[in-house]
Design a protein around this ligand. Structure first.
Ligand code: SF4
Ligand code: SF4
Length: 150
């Protein structure tokens, strides 16, 4: 007897961002925390320049937001990712799953959803943990520009 296995298409290939449920949407975040870094935008060409200064609400042990439910109230500059804010996601890191999918691209091999390993993002060197300082400890942001964020 031959047993036929049919491979299920992963939800991020099968659905648009608008079709995803809450759990699917949240699982897209790989936890890199790159979006919790302060950055500058070049007004001429929209280039984004990252600093190594992170938001004071970031939990530097886990890479998660220290108060996710109330982040918008506590940090008004924190942009909540929605279909609307993802319409033109150039301001997000190029590796961010929300940006990749919003731009019609696939997730990288190291994304935990693809690898099945929650640590693969760390192994691939995409976490900011241990490489940044808190805004409370930083001087002028201009002094903290970095090039290691893509
Ligand atoms: S940059 Fe994207 S994937 Fe990384 S923590 Fe922010 S929302 Fe999540
Ligand atoms: S409020 Fe939370 S999610 Fe927003 S930038 Fe700060 S740590 Fe990141």
């Amino acid at each position: 007897m031959t047993r036929m296995e049919t491979e299920k298409t992963p939800f991020w290939k099968d659905k648009t961002l608008a079709q995803m449920n809450r759990e699917e949407w949240e699982s897209l975040c790989d936890g890199c925390a790159k979006c919790c870094l302060y950055r500058f935008e070049d007004a001429d060409n929209r280039d984004i320049h990252f600093t190594n200064v992170h938001c004071r609400l970031l939990d530097t042990e886990t890479g998660q937001c220290g108060n996710y439910p109330e982040r918008s109230k506590l940090v008004p500059d924190c942009v909540t990712l929605t279909l609307e804010t993802l319409e033109d996601p150039y301001w997000l890191p190029s590796t961010c799953a929300y940006r990749l999918l919003a731009e019609g691209k696939d997730l990288p091999d190291w994304h935990p959803l693809v690898s099945g390993d929650p640590h693969s993002m760390f192994d691939a060197g995409h976490s900011i943990l241990g490489r940044t300082i808190c805004e409370d400890d930083a001087d002028e942001l201009e002094n903290h520009l970095i090039t290691w964020i893509k």
